[in-house]
Ligand binder design. Structure first.
Ligand SMILES: N[C@H](CCC[C@H](N)C(=O)O)C(=O)O
Length: 388
């Protein structure tokens, strides 16, 4: 029996649409053996469903955060101990934790509670507590079990690819004029495996692994180099990649979207001609997901979303997360799915897109150019303390 290395004086077990977390402040971790704080160790211990508290991720409030631009800093660790740059469900629980624990922080001397600017490894994220703006008192909301929180998830990026044959940039020619390249985060620089791959067609229906996408495709040896800011005019074909899937000998037509962390979105037959909701929820997604997560396109894995259209601007999605396996919901994944649906022409920007995951529905708003907004629940299950 190993002796505990840390005392966590206080934490909250929380979830956002079933994606569950252990949330705490760094000041509440006490090293019992005088060592530095090892978040990888703490994450693997606390997340264990039998031997720990059990959670998909750790959501950590950095008590020592000081910044002129942001009120707070959020750190995210997956169940396998890997650090993630962003967590869309987690940041809603982060905001509720700040509210419930009255962790005031100031910018320019102004204590803010209903709107929070949070520093993350994916950039600055802004959260809103809509009920406060609806004149519901702050005190009434504090320590309520569950509240709705809206998040400005900032811009969506998609993976651009360079056609190494012709040397021309695949998406650098984005005609929207709003493209701004940033260094790839979460995507590999290796070329895709096998005999090269072809772009998907971006229209029509194709079942996973069928390779039966309609429309013209071009064979090219892809290399990935950077992410490009998405704009509504972005030509989908430039961002759809088709990946050889040896298990079926066919191709997986994927859209690769980044919300600060990498997502690989696969559409099933969007018109449900070959798959109904029950089959969708029962099918094995782990085999395909694990294959994609180790693909050379992704230097540090990816989150894999599977999508089936339910009705107008309403989609079913399951997610197999990087570092945590299948979860009941994924906030950044829901944003990635909504962006991919709009880019593919399966959804419109004139009204919200509902992404229904096994743990609940997340509502996404995106005008096709600017920030992606996500609204969803943040729920506290219990608070406690633990030695690990
Ligand atoms: N597994 C993800 C982090 C958690 C994302 C998810 N739980 C969300 O709500 O966005 C990654 O490694 O990129």
């Amino acid at each position: 029996m190993t002796t505990p290395r840390y005392r966590l004086k206080e934490f909250s077990k929380m979830h956002g649409a079933g994606n569950d977390f252990v949330v705490f402040e760094t000041k509440d971790i006490i090293p019992l053996k005088g060592e530095n704080i090892d978040f990888k160790y703490i994450a693997t211990k606390l997340s264990h469903r039998k031997l720990g508290v059990g959670c998909d991720q750790l959501i950590i409030v950095n008590s020592k955060h000081q910044s002129e631009k942001t009120h707070y800093e959020m750190l995210v660790y997956n169940a396998d101990g890997s650090e993630a740059s962003m967590c869309g469900n987690g940041i809603r629980c982060f905001s509720k934790y700040i509210l419930d624990n009255k962790i005031a922080n100031c910018i320019d001397g102004k204590v803010v509670t209903d709107e929070q600017l949070v520093h993350t490894k994916a950039g600055i994220i802004k959260t809103y507590i809509p009920q406060i703006t609806d004149n519901v008192s702050l005190e009434k909301l504090q320590n309520s079990t569950s509240i709705q929180i809206k998040v400005d998830m900032s811009y969506a990026y998609v993976l651009s690819t360079t056609d190494s044959n012709s040397g021309s940039s695949g998406s650098g020619s984005n005609n929207s004029g709003s493209a701004s390249a940033s260094s790839a985060s979460g995507y590999g620089s290796g070329s895709s495996s096998g005999s090269g791959s072809n772009y998907g067609n971006g229209s029509g229906s194709s079942s996973i692994g069928s390779g039966s996408s309609s429309g013209s495709t071009t064979q090219t040896n892809q290399t990935t180099d950077k992410e490009i800011l998405v704009s509504g005019q972005t030509p989908v074909e430039k961002y759809q990649v088709s990946i050889d899937y040896p298990q079926t000998g066919k191709k997986l037509n994927c859209i690769l979207v980044s919300m600060g962390n990498p997502h690989c979105v696969l559409f099933f037959d969007i018109n449900q001609e070959t798959l109904n909701a029950n089959e969708f929820y029962e099918m094995d997604i782990s085999t395909i997901a694990k294959y994609l997560q180790q693909h050379s396109l992704f230097k540090s894995g990816c989150n894999v979303e599977f999508v089936l259209k339910k009705s107008d601007n309403h989609f079913l999605s399951r997610v197999y997360e990087n570092g945590s396996g299948e979860t009941l919901a994924c906030g950044t994944g829901a944003c990635g799915v909504a962006v991919a649906c709009i880019l593919q022409g399966y959804a419109t920007t004139d009204k919200p897109v509902k992404i229904e995951m096994p743990g609940g529905i997340l509502t996404i708003q995106w005008d096709g150019k600017n920030s992606v907004f996500k609204t969803g629940p943040a729920t506290t299950v219990f608070t406690s303390c633990i030695d690990i």
